[in-house]
Design a protein around this ligand. Structure first.
Ligand code: AR6
Length: 176
C-alpha cells in the first residue's frame, strides 16, 4: 500500500500553504520560465536575492542537476523554497536517477529544516520535456522509496492531464 502522506492537488504551487514548496529550477538558480518564473513572480525579489547569495558563496558554479538547496520563500505562504534542477529529457541516455535524486534531495533538505509538509511540482515535465506519465511514475516511486517521515508530501499538478498521470502512478504503487 502507498504511504498515506502523499496527496495530489490540481492547482498553482505558489498558493500552497505548506512549509516548503519545491522549485523546478535550472543550474543558474537565477530564474526562468514555467514554475520557476511563477515562484519568483509570486514570491518577490527576496528569493532571487537569496539565490544570488548562494551563487556568490556556496554555489559559484551553480546547482548541479539532481541537487537541492533551500532559500527563503519571500512573500509566498510557504516558509522555504527548495530549488532543485531536474534533468532535460534525453532519448539517448537514461537520466531517471537524476530525476529521482531531485525528489530525494529535496526531501532530505526539507527534513533538515524541520519541515512537516512539502509541495512538489512535476519536475522536468514541462520545458525539460520529460514524458508526463514517466515523470509522474518516477516522482511517486521516489517519494515512496524515500519513506519520508514528513506528515504530508503534496504533488501540485498544474492541469488535469498531469493530475491524471499522477493518479495513475499512485494506483501503480497500490497494485504492487
Ligand atoms: N504550479 C504548479 N505547476 C506548474 C506551475 C505552477 N504555477 N507552472 C508550471 N507548472 P517547468 P521543468 C508545471 O517547465 O520541465 C524553467 O525555465 C508545468 O505544467 O516549470 O523542470 C527553469 O528555469 C509542468 O508540468 O519545469 C528551467 O530552465 C511542471 O510544472 C526549466 O524551466 C514543470 O514544468 C525547468 O523545466
Amino acid at each position: 500500500m502507498p504511504r498515506s502522506n502523499i496527496r495530489l492537488i490540481q492547482g498553482d504551487i505558489t498558493t500552497q500553504e505548506v512549509d516548503v514548496i519545491v522549485n523546478a529550477a535550472n543550474s543558474s538558480l537565477l530564474g526562468g520560465g514555467g514554475v520557476d518564473g511563477a515562484i519568483h513572480r509570486a514570491g518577490g525579489p527576496d528569493i532571487l536575492a537569496a539565490c544570488e547569495r548562494l551563487r556568490e558563496t556556496t554555489h559559484p558554479d551553480g546547482l548541479p542537476t539532481g541537487d537541492a538547496v533551500a532559500t527563503t520563500a519571500g512573500r509566498l505562504p510557504a516558509r522555504w523554497v527548495i530549488h532543485t534542477v531536474g534533468p532535460v529529457y534525453s532519448t539517448n541516455e537514461d537520466r531517471s536517477q537524476l530525476l529521482a535524486s531531485c525528489y530525494h534531495e529535496a526531501l532530505r533538505v526539507a527534513e533538515e529544516l524541520g519541515a512537516q509538509a512539502i509541495a512538489f511540482p512535476a519536475i522536468s515535465a514541462g520545458i525539460f520535456r520529460w514524458p508526463l506519465d514517466n515523470a509522474a511514475k518516477i516522482a511517486v516511486d521516489s517519494v515512496e522509496a524515500a519513506g519520508s517521515a514528513m506528515s504530508e508530501v503534496r504533488f501540485v499538478l498544474f492541469n488535469a492531464e498531469a493530475y491524471v498521470a499522477f493518479e495513475q502512478a499512485i494506483k501503480g504503487l497500490a497494485g504492487r
